[in-house]
Ligand binder design. Structure first.
Ligand SMILES: O=P(O)(O)OC[C@H]1O[C@H](O[C@H]2O[C@H](CO)[C@@H](O)[C@H](O)[C@H]2O)[C@H](O)[C@@H](O)[C@@H]1O
Length: 247
């Protein structure tokens, strides 16, 4: 297999980057991730070299992505594709399911179990169990039963998290939407991600129509055709693509 750096060209490709576990190492809490030294410069240079064909695709809301990357404001999809900022800065938001019932169901459970944490987003609720991993199955059960009978909501499994989101959105759909618009249209999609929630985007990017490539970061089964060891390896790949190898 060729190394992934041979597969990304700023001249010909559109680059889509997941955030947690891909651009930045995972951290104990959602707000405690640390941007590696040099990452902002790499993103700024990529955006310029690729004519703006660079987007972040995350489970996080856009405002969180923006606060980590400030003052840079990139094209981005948030909440697994439920919201999307195009390269021209305009924002599209999909209809948000009402999560009130879910919150009423989940809050007493979370309050009764130290180590669990709810993250509330527009139209989505994430239940984090990173600090109570023994409760994984119980969290999945409680989430699944809370979702029973609720239309328009699906369950997503992530790293130490289970999340209810709109059934009508996916990272794959978000990437497809970007690829219909300038400056992405006409380029080849390259999607980089680390988690199960990235599989729909790998699948879309690698479809015959899109003709692109998926790059999985880290271990675990994936349909992505290429693999990088960790976020460090991704940053090195991006530096190589910019013609500035760090080592
Ligand atoms: O799609 P992503 O950009 O990878 O976002 C996925 C979720 O990331 C965050 O949770 C994960 O990262 C946290 C910080 O490293 C970690 O503490 C947590 O265990 C992970 O699940 C974020 O909080 C979620 O909203 C995103 O959906």
């Amino acid at each position: 297999m060729l190394p992934p750096n041979r597969y990304y060209s700023t001249a010909a490709d559109a680059l889509f980057l997941d955030f947690d576990g891909t651009l930045v190492d995972l951290a104990p809490q959602p707000e405690s991730v640390v941007l590696p030294v040099g990452l902002m410069t790499i993103l700024q240079r990529l955006q310029s070299a690729a004519g703006g064909a660079l987007a972040i695709v995350s489970g996080r809301p856009l405002e969180q992505i923006d606060s980590f990357l400030a003052p840079m404001v990139l094209a981005a999809a948030g909440v697994h594709g439920a919201e999307r900022r195009r390269a021209d800065g305009s924002v599209v938001r999909q209809p948000a399911p009402d999560t009130g019932f879910l919150l009423a169901h989940l809050s007493p459970f979370v309050n009764a179990h130290p180590g669990l944490r709810l993250e509330i987003k527009r139209g989505a609720v994430a239940l984090h169990y990173r600090h109570a991993p023994q409760l994984e199955q119980l969290c999945i059960q409680v989430m699944s039963s809370a979702l029973m009978g609720l239309d328009g909501v699906k369950l997503l499994h992530g790293k130490m998290v289970v999340e209810a989101t709109s059934a009508d959105v996916s990272k794959g759909d978000a990437v497809a939407a970007f690829m219909r618009e300038p400056p992405f249209a006409g380029r080849r999609p390259v999607y980089v991600g680390d988690d199960i929630t990235d599989e729909s985007a790998f699948s879309w990017a690698q479809s015959a129509t899109a003709g692109g490539i998926g790059i999985k970061v880290g271990e675990g089964h994936s349909q992505a055709r290429l693999r990088l060891a960790d976020p460090d390896a991704l940053r090195n790949m991006l530096l190589e693509a910019l013609g500035a190898v760090s080592n």
